[in-house]
Design a protein around this ligand. Structure first.
Ligand code: MLT
Ligand code: MN
Ligand code: ZN
Length: 306
Protein backbone atom coordinates (compact mmCIF):
# COMPACT_ATOMS: atom_id res chain seq x y z
CA UNK A 1 0.00 0.00 0.00
CA UNK A 2 1.77 3.12 -1.23
CA UNK A 3 -0.67 5.66 0.17
CA UNK A 4 -3.71 5.53 2.44
CA UNK A 5 -5.01 9.11 2.66
CA UNK A 6 -7.88 10.76 0.82
CA UNK A 7 -7.34 13.77 -1.43
CA UNK A 8 -5.15 16.35 0.29
CA UNK A 9 -3.23 13.77 2.32
CA UNK A 10 -2.32 14.02 5.98
CA UNK A 11 -1.39 16.67 6.86
CA UNK A 12 -3.12 18.69 4.19
CA UNK A 13 -0.81 21.50 3.08
CA UNK A 14 -3.16 24.32 4.10
CA UNK A 15 -4.69 22.80 7.22
CA UNK A 16 -3.68 23.51 10.77
CA UNK A 17 -6.42 21.48 12.47
CA UNK A 18 -5.45 19.38 15.48
CA UNK A 19 -5.10 16.22 13.40
CA UNK A 20 -2.94 17.84 10.72
CA UNK A 21 -0.82 19.58 13.34
CA UNK A 22 -0.30 16.29 15.19
CA UNK A 23 0.74 14.60 11.95
CA UNK A 24 3.23 17.41 11.28
CA UNK A 25 4.66 17.16 14.79
CA UNK A 26 4.85 13.36 15.08
CA UNK A 27 5.66 12.52 11.46
CA UNK A 28 2.66 10.14 11.40
CA UNK A 29 1.74 11.35 7.92
CA UNK A 30 -0.22 9.66 5.13
CA UNK A 31 0.19 10.08 1.40
CA UNK A 32 -2.69 9.90 -1.03
CA UNK A 33 -4.44 6.67 -1.97
CA UNK A 34 -2.39 4.35 -4.16
CA UNK A 35 -1.76 0.60 -4.29
CA UNK A 36 0.86 -1.42 -6.13
CA UNK A 37 0.29 -5.12 -6.64
CA UNK A 38 1.86 -8.11 -8.30
CA UNK A 39 1.00 -11.79 -8.66
CA UNK A 40 4.55 -12.95 -9.40
CA UNK A 41 6.67 -10.32 -7.64
CA UNK A 42 8.09 -9.21 -10.99
CA UNK A 43 5.32 -7.53 -12.99
CA UNK A 44 3.72 -4.77 -10.90
CA UNK A 45 0.61 -2.68 -11.44
CA UNK A 46 -0.43 0.55 -9.84
CA UNK A 47 -4.01 0.98 -8.77
CA UNK A 48 -4.51 4.73 -9.04
CA UNK A 49 -1.82 7.29 -9.64
CA UNK A 50 -1.70 9.66 -6.71
CA UNK A 51 -0.25 13.18 -6.69
CA UNK A 52 2.34 11.72 -4.26
CA UNK A 53 3.39 9.04 -6.73
CA UNK A 54 7.00 10.10 -7.20
CA UNK A 55 7.89 9.84 -3.52
CA UNK A 56 5.79 6.68 -3.17
CA UNK A 57 7.78 5.02 -5.97
CA UNK A 58 11.10 6.18 -4.56
CA UNK A 59 10.39 4.64 -1.16
CA UNK A 60 9.26 1.26 -2.57
CA UNK A 61 12.26 -0.96 -3.40
CA UNK A 62 10.07 -3.44 -5.34
CA UNK A 63 9.31 -0.70 -7.87
CA UNK A 64 12.87 0.49 -8.47
CA UNK A 65 14.46 -0.01 -11.90
CA UNK A 66 16.91 -2.92 -12.06
CA UNK A 67 20.42 -1.45 -11.63
CA UNK A 68 22.01 -0.36 -14.88
CA UNK A 69 18.71 -0.16 -16.75
CA UNK A 70 16.21 2.49 -17.74
CA UNK A 71 13.40 0.12 -16.96
CA UNK A 72 10.62 -0.33 -14.47
CA UNK A 73 8.78 -3.25 -12.90
CA UNK A 74 5.57 -1.23 -13.50
CA UNK A 75 3.45 -2.74 -16.28
CA UNK A 76 0.50 -0.39 -16.07
CA UNK A 77 -1.99 1.63 -14.07
CA UNK A 78 -5.57 0.68 -13.20
CA UNK A 79 -7.81 3.56 -12.18
CA UNK A 80 -10.70 3.29 -9.75
CA UNK A 81 -11.97 6.78 -10.60
CA UNK A 82 -11.04 9.93 -12.45
CA UNK A 83 -10.69 11.97 -9.23
CA UNK A 84 -7.60 14.15 -9.09
CA UNK A 85 -6.22 12.27 -6.08
CA UNK A 86 -6.27 9.14 -8.27
CA UNK A 87 -5.08 10.59 -11.57
CA UNK A 88 -2.69 13.52 -11.10
CA UNK A 89 0.16 11.04 -10.72
CA UNK A 90 -0.34 9.91 -14.33
CA UNK A 91 1.56 13.05 -15.34
CA UNK A 92 4.43 11.94 -13.09
CA UNK A 93 4.75 8.84 -15.29
CA UNK A 94 5.46 10.84 -18.46
CA UNK A 95 9.08 9.61 -18.57
CA UNK A 96 7.77 6.06 -19.15
CA UNK A 97 8.91 4.36 -22.35
CA UNK A 98 5.25 3.42 -22.75
CA UNK A 99 2.31 3.59 -20.40
CA UNK A 100 -0.73 1.32 -20.16
CA UNK A 101 -3.79 2.73 -18.41
CA UNK A 102 -6.96 0.80 -17.62
CA UNK A 103 -10.05 2.92 -16.95
CA UNK A 104 -13.81 2.78 -17.42
CA UNK A 105 -15.37 4.55 -20.41
CA UNK A 106 -16.52 7.67 -18.52
CA UNK A 107 -13.19 8.05 -16.71
CA UNK A 108 -11.29 7.57 -19.94
CA UNK A 109 -13.53 10.19 -21.60
CA UNK A 110 -12.99 12.65 -18.73
CA UNK A 111 -9.22 12.20 -19.01
CA UNK A 112 -9.43 13.19 -22.67
CA UNK A 113 -11.65 16.20 -22.13
CA UNK A 114 -12.27 18.05 -18.85
CA UNK A 115 -8.87 16.94 -17.45
CA UNK A 116 -6.92 16.15 -20.62
CA UNK A 117 -4.17 14.03 -19.06
CA UNK A 118 -4.42 11.67 -22.05
CA UNK A 119 -3.62 14.21 -24.78
CA UNK A 120 -0.96 15.85 -22.58
CA UNK A 121 0.78 12.51 -21.89
CA UNK A 122 0.61 11.55 -25.55
CA UNK A 123 3.20 14.29 -26.22
CA UNK A 124 5.65 12.62 -23.81
CA UNK A 125 5.13 8.88 -24.16
CA UNK A 126 2.92 6.40 -25.95
CA UNK A 127 -0.10 5.67 -23.83
CA UNK A 128 -2.16 2.54 -24.37
CA UNK A 129 -5.67 3.06 -23.03
CA UNK A 130 -7.82 0.05 -22.20
CA UNK A 131 -11.50 0.47 -21.45
CA UNK A 132 -12.61 -1.72 -18.60
CA UNK A 133 -16.19 -2.57 -17.69
CA UNK A 134 -17.81 -3.93 -14.55
CA UNK A 135 -18.20 -7.68 -14.67
CA UNK A 136 -15.61 -8.11 -17.44
CA UNK A 137 -12.44 -9.61 -15.95
CA UNK A 138 -9.17 -9.09 -17.78
CA UNK A 139 -5.76 -10.65 -17.50
CA UNK A 140 -2.59 -8.79 -16.64
CA UNK A 141 1.06 -9.79 -16.79
CA UNK A 142 2.49 -12.11 -14.16
CA UNK A 143 -0.67 -14.13 -13.67
CA UNK A 144 -2.95 -11.45 -12.28
CA UNK A 145 -6.64 -11.21 -13.13
CA UNK A 146 -8.61 -8.02 -12.44
CA UNK A 147 -12.39 -7.86 -12.32
CA UNK A 148 -13.88 -4.35 -12.17
CA UNK A 149 -16.82 -3.78 -9.86
CA UNK A 150 -19.24 -0.83 -10.36
CA UNK A 151 -19.27 1.29 -7.22
CA UNK A 152 -20.96 4.52 -8.13
CA UNK A 153 -21.93 7.33 -10.42
CA UNK A 154 -20.19 10.18 -8.66
CA UNK A 155 -18.19 12.21 -11.15
CA UNK A 156 -15.13 14.25 -10.29
CA UNK A 157 -16.06 17.89 -9.76
CA UNK A 158 -14.05 18.94 -12.81
CA UNK A 159 -16.21 16.66 -14.96
CA UNK A 160 -19.55 17.99 -13.72
CA UNK A 161 -20.44 19.49 -17.09
CA UNK A 162 -19.35 16.65 -19.36
CA UNK A 163 -22.31 15.23 -21.28
CA UNK A 164 -23.40 11.77 -20.12
CA UNK A 165 -21.89 8.99 -22.19
CA UNK A 166 -24.45 6.83 -23.89
CA UNK A 167 -24.90 3.29 -22.63
CA UNK A 168 -22.45 1.13 -24.54
CA UNK A 169 -24.29 -2.17 -24.37
CA UNK A 170 -21.39 -3.85 -22.56
CA UNK A 171 -22.82 -3.44 -19.08
CA UNK A 172 -26.32 -2.50 -17.98
CA UNK A 173 -26.47 1.24 -17.39
CA UNK A 174 -29.42 3.28 -16.23
CA UNK A 175 -30.61 6.02 -18.56
CA UNK A 176 -28.81 9.27 -17.93
CA UNK A 177 -25.51 8.68 -16.31
CA UNK A 178 -23.20 5.74 -15.80
CA UNK A 179 -22.64 3.74 -12.65
CA UNK A 180 -18.98 3.14 -13.45
CA UNK A 181 -17.46 6.52 -12.69
CA UNK A 182 -16.18 4.84 -9.56
CA UNK A 183 -15.16 1.20 -9.54
CA UNK A 184 -13.31 -1.26 -7.36
CA UNK A 185 -11.35 -4.31 -8.45
CA UNK A 186 -11.41 -7.92 -7.39
CA UNK A 187 -7.92 -9.24 -8.07
CA UNK A 188 -7.11 -12.91 -8.27
CA UNK A 189 -3.88 -14.63 -8.83
CA UNK A 190 -4.39 -16.76 -11.97
CA UNK A 191 -3.95 -20.04 -10.09
CA UNK A 192 -6.70 -18.89 -7.76
CA UNK A 193 -4.52 -18.98 -4.67
CA UNK A 194 -5.09 -15.40 -3.53
CA UNK A 195 -7.82 -12.80 -3.86
CA UNK A 196 -7.78 -9.14 -2.92
CA UNK A 197 -10.53 -6.55 -3.29
CA UNK A 198 -9.66 -2.88 -3.61
CA UNK A 199 -12.51 -0.41 -3.17
CA UNK A 200 -11.26 2.97 -1.91
CA UNK A 201 -14.46 4.73 -2.99
CA UNK A 202 -17.46 2.74 -1.81
CA UNK A 203 -20.73 4.67 -2.08
CA UNK A 204 -23.01 1.93 -0.77
CA UNK A 205 -22.89 -1.70 0.27
CA UNK A 206 -24.53 -3.47 -2.69
CA UNK A 207 -25.09 -7.16 -3.54
CA UNK A 208 -22.19 -6.82 -6.00
CA UNK A 209 -19.92 -5.79 -3.12
CA UNK A 210 -21.15 -8.80 -1.17
CA UNK A 211 -20.23 -11.11 -4.04
CA UNK A 212 -16.82 -9.47 -4.45
CA UNK A 213 -15.78 -9.82 -0.81
CA UNK A 214 -16.95 -13.44 -0.52
CA UNK A 215 -13.88 -15.64 -0.30
CA UNK A 216 -11.40 -12.77 -0.53
CA UNK A 217 -8.22 -12.94 1.53
CA UNK A 218 -8.07 -9.20 1.99
CA UNK A 219 -10.54 -6.40 1.34
CA UNK A 220 -9.20 -2.87 1.26
CA UNK A 221 -12.09 -0.48 1.46
CA UNK A 222 -13.27 3.10 1.79
CA UNK A 223 -12.27 4.61 5.11
CA UNK A 224 -12.61 8.27 4.09
CA UNK A 225 -14.81 9.22 7.02
CA UNK A 226 -15.48 7.48 10.33
CA UNK A 227 -19.05 8.72 10.55
CA UNK A 228 -21.55 10.11 8.07
CA UNK A 229 -21.61 13.59 9.65
CA UNK A 230 -17.86 13.82 10.27
CA UNK A 231 -17.14 16.58 7.78
CA UNK A 232 -20.26 18.57 8.72
CA UNK A 233 -19.12 18.51 12.35
CA UNK A 234 -15.78 19.90 11.19
CA UNK A 235 -16.87 22.41 8.55
CA UNK A 236 -20.26 24.09 8.74
CA UNK A 237 -22.42 23.35 5.68
CA UNK A 238 -20.25 20.44 4.48
CA UNK A 239 -21.91 17.47 2.83
CA UNK A 240 -22.43 14.09 4.45
CA UNK A 241 -20.02 11.27 3.80
CA UNK A 242 -22.70 9.46 1.79
CA UNK A 243 -23.44 12.65 -0.14
CA UNK A 244 -19.79 12.65 -1.21
CA UNK A 245 -19.95 9.04 -2.39
CA UNK A 246 -18.25 7.52 0.64
CA UNK A 247 -19.87 5.02 2.96
CA UNK A 248 -18.60 5.92 6.42
CA UNK A 249 -16.69 3.35 8.47
CA UNK A 250 -19.45 3.27 11.09
CA UNK A 251 -21.89 2.33 8.30
CA UNK A 252 -19.78 -0.33 6.61
CA UNK A 253 -18.60 -2.02 9.82
CA UNK A 254 -21.91 -3.84 10.39
CA UNK A 255 -21.61 -5.34 6.87
CA UNK A 256 -18.07 -6.48 7.62
CA UNK A 257 -19.13 -8.00 10.90
CA UNK A 258 -21.74 -10.08 9.01
CA UNK A 259 -19.13 -11.26 6.49
CA UNK A 260 -16.25 -12.66 8.49
CA UNK A 261 -13.29 -14.28 6.77
CA UNK A 262 -11.39 -11.62 4.84
CA UNK A 263 -8.92 -9.34 6.48
CA UNK A 264 -10.49 -5.86 6.16
CA UNK A 265 -8.36 -2.73 5.86
CA UNK A 266 -9.72 0.80 5.67
CA UNK A 267 -7.90 3.19 3.34
CA UNK A 268 -8.36 6.63 1.69
CA UNK A 269 -8.65 8.29 5.12
CA UNK A 270 -9.55 11.96 5.12
CA UNK A 271 -7.52 14.19 7.42
CA UNK A 272 -10.67 14.79 9.51
CA UNK A 273 -11.03 11.05 10.22
CA UNK A 274 -10.24 10.31 13.87
CA UNK A 275 -9.09 6.83 12.82
CA UNK A 276 -6.15 8.53 11.11
CA UNK A 277 -5.10 9.83 14.52
CA UNK A 278 -4.29 6.76 16.62
CA UNK A 279 -4.04 8.71 19.87
CA UNK A 280 -7.48 10.30 19.57
CA UNK A 281 -10.31 9.47 21.94
CA UNK A 282 -12.62 8.63 19.02
CA UNK A 283 -10.09 6.22 17.53
CA UNK A 284 -9.88 4.54 20.90
CA UNK A 285 -13.68 4.34 21.11
CA UNK A 286 -13.95 2.77 17.63
CA UNK A 287 -11.15 0.23 18.17
CA UNK A 288 -13.27 -2.58 19.70
CA UNK A 289 -15.83 -2.47 16.85
CA UNK A 290 -13.03 -2.59 14.28
CA UNK A 291 -11.34 -5.51 16.00
CA UNK A 292 -14.64 -7.38 16.33
CA UNK A 293 -15.18 -7.06 12.55
CA UNK A 294 -11.66 -8.24 11.72
CA UNK A 295 -10.86 -4.76 10.46
CA UNK A 296 -7.95 -2.38 10.88
CA UNK A 297 -6.79 0.92 9.47
CA UNK A 298 -4.28 0.58 6.64
CA UNK A 299 -0.91 2.28 6.92
CA UNK A 300 1.32 3.70 4.22
CA UNK A 301 4.21 1.52 3.06
CA UNK A 302 2.58 -1.74 4.17
CA UNK A 303 3.45 -4.90 2.26
CA UNK A 304 0.67 -7.48 2.26
CA UNK A 305 1.65 -10.97 1.20
CA UNK A 306 -1.29 -13.25 0.43
C1 MLT B 1 -13.20 11.89 -3.30
O1 MLT B 1 -12.61 10.87 -2.98
O2 MLT B 1 -14.40 12.05 -3.00
C2 MLT B 1 -12.49 12.96 -4.07
O3 MLT B 1 -11.17 12.59 -4.29
C3 MLT B 1 -12.65 14.25 -3.37
C4 MLT B 1 -11.84 15.36 -3.99
O4 MLT B 1 -10.60 15.33 -3.92
O5 MLT B 1 -12.43 16.30 -4.53
MN1 MN C 1 -10.51 10.68 -3.24
ZN1 ZN D 1 -6.50 19.16 9.00
Amino acid sequence: MLGTAAGGGLPQWNCGCTGCETARRTGATRSQDCLALSADGTAWYLVNASPDLRSQLLTTPELAPPPGTRDTPLRGVLLTSGELDHTLGLLTLRESAGLTVHATAPVRAALHDAFPAGPVLARYTSVHWHTVAPGEPFELAGGLVAEPLALGGKRPRYAADLPALPADGRSPQPPGDRTDWVIGYRFTEAEGRATAVYAPGLAAWTPAVDRAVAGADVVILDGTFATDDELAAHTAGARTSRGMGHLAVADSLPHLARRPGPRYLYTHLNNTNPLAHPGSAQAHALAPALAAAGAAVAEDATLLEL
